[in-house]
Design a protein around this ligand. Structure first.
Ligand SMILES: O=C(O)C(=O)C[C@]1(C(=O)O)C=C[C@@H](O)C=C1
Length: 309
C-alpha cells in the first residue's frame, strides 16, 4: 500500500506538525502542510489526505473555535469527515525573535506574532512584558517564527516552539512562557469515513496503540427546538438514562438565526461484549428529539492515565 498521507497546520514545525503528526503516526507516513484548518478538512474530504491532525481544545485557553466551526459544517462541505483518534500534547511556548536581545530586555519589541490560540496560553507573560504592544494573528506559531526570523531589527517577536525557532533560524529569547506548566493541547485525528484505506487507525497511530484504554469517546453535534423549554435538558438526559458520562460540551452560533446554537457533546463509554449497544441506543434516541443531528465519530480515549504513564 502507498504510504499514508497525513496533513497538519503548516508551515513545518507548527505544534500540529512537530508533535502530533510526527509523534503520533508511523514513520512511513508522508506528512504535508495545509495552510489552514479549513484546507486540512478539505484535504480529508477530497481524499488528498488520509488523515488530518487538528487541535480541538487547550487546557489553558479552552476550545479551538475554528475547529468547532469546521465540525459544525454549516455548508455541508465536509460531510464525510469523521474523528477517529485523539492525541494529548504538552505545549511549551517560547518568545522568539530574529535578533538576539539581552534577557528580559524586550523594550525594542513593538509587535508580536502568533496563532490566535497561543495568546490566551501566555497571557501572564504578555501582561508582564507586552502590555499595549500590537498583536498580529497569523496562521500558525511556525508561520510566526518564520516571519520574525527574517526581521533582524529587534522590533518583532513571535510566540512559537523552540523547534520552530531552530527550524527558521530565529533566536529563543525566553523559554516556557506559557501560563500553566502543564499546558496541554488535545488534537483530533480526522479521516474520510467513506475510505477503507484509513479505516484501521490503530495500525497507524502509535499513541492509541499504547494508551491501553478500553474507553471510547463519541462526538456528536445537534440543534434543538430553541423555543421549547427543557429541549436541551431532554437531549442531555438521554445520556444520563444510558449511563454515559459527558466529557465535553461546546456550543457555537447556528447561523440559522441569531442567538440560536449548535451544540457539541462528547461522551465516553466502554463497549463490552455484554452491552455493545449503549452508545448506539443513545444516539438513536437523541436523533428523534433533535431538529438536526450528526455523529462526528467514535475513537479510543487517548488520555493515558497518570498510573500508566
Ligand atoms: O500554531 C500551531 O503551531 C498549531 O499547531 C495550532 C495550535 C492551536 O490552534 O491550538 C496548536 C497548539 C497550540 O495550542 C497552539 C496553536
Amino acid at each position: 500500500m502507498a504510504s499514508l498521507r497525513v496533513t497538519f497546520l503548516g508551515p513545518a514545525a507548527s505544534f500540529s506538525h512537530q508533535q502530533a503528526a510526527i509523534n503520533s503516526f508511523d514513520k512511513s507516513a508522508s506528512l504535508f502542510p495545509s495552510l489552514s484548518f479549513a484546507d486540512a478538512f478539505s484535504a480529508v474530504q477530497n481524499n488528498t489526505a488520509d488523515y488530518a491532525v487538528i487541535p480541538f481544545e487547550n487546557s489553558t485557553n479552552g476550545s479551538v473555535v475554528q475547529t468547532l466551526d469546521l465540525l459544525a459544517d454549516r455548508q455541508g462541505l465536509y460531510k464525510d469527515v469523521t474523528v477517529c483518534g485523539e492525541y494529548f500534547l504538552t505545549v511549551h511556548h517560547c518568545l522568539v525573535s530574529g535578533k538576539l536581545l539581552s534577557p528580559t530586555d524586550f523594550t525594542s519589541i513593538t509587535k508580536l506574532y502568533t496563532h490566535p490560540q497561543a495568546w490566551g496560553q501566555c497571557e501572564l507573560f504578555l501582561c508582564r512584558y507586552f502590555r499595549g504592544k500590537e498583536r498580529q494573528d497569523v496562521s500558525s506559531t511556525s508561520k510566526a517564527a518564520d516571519i520574525v526570523s527574517k526581521d533582524t531589527s529587534g522590533q518583532t517577536a513571535a510566540i512559537a516552539s523552540k523547534l520552530a525557532a531552530e527550524h527558521y533560524g530565529a533566536f529563543v529569547l525566553q523559554e516556557n512562557i506559557e501560563d500553566e506548566e502543564d499546558n496541554t493541547t488535545r488534537f483530533l485525528i480526522l479521516r474520510n469515513i467513506q475510505l477503507a484505506r484509513s479505516g484501521d487507525i490503530s495500525a497507524n497511530l502509535s499513541n492509541v496503540a499504547t494508551s491501553g484504554s478500553d474507553t471510547r469517546k463519541t462526538l456528536i453535534s445537534f440543534t434543538i427546538e430553541h423555543s421549547s423549554p427543557g429541549a436541551l435538558a431532554d437531549a442531555l438526559s438521554v445520556f444520563k438514562t444510558h449511563g454515559l458520562n459527558l466529557t465535553s460540551i461546546n456550543s457555537r452560533p447556528s447561523l440559522l438565526r441569531p442567538w440560536q446554537y449548535i451544540f457539541f457533546i462528547e461522551c465516553e463509554h466502554v463497549s463490552t461484549a455484554k452491552d455493545p449497544s449503549a452508545i448506539h441506543d443513545t444516539l438513536e434516541e437523541l436523533k428523534k428529539i433533535c431538529t438536526s443531528y450528526r455523529d462526528l465519530g467514535t475513537w479510543t480515549d487517548g488520555l493515558v492515565s497518570p498510573d500508566l504513564a
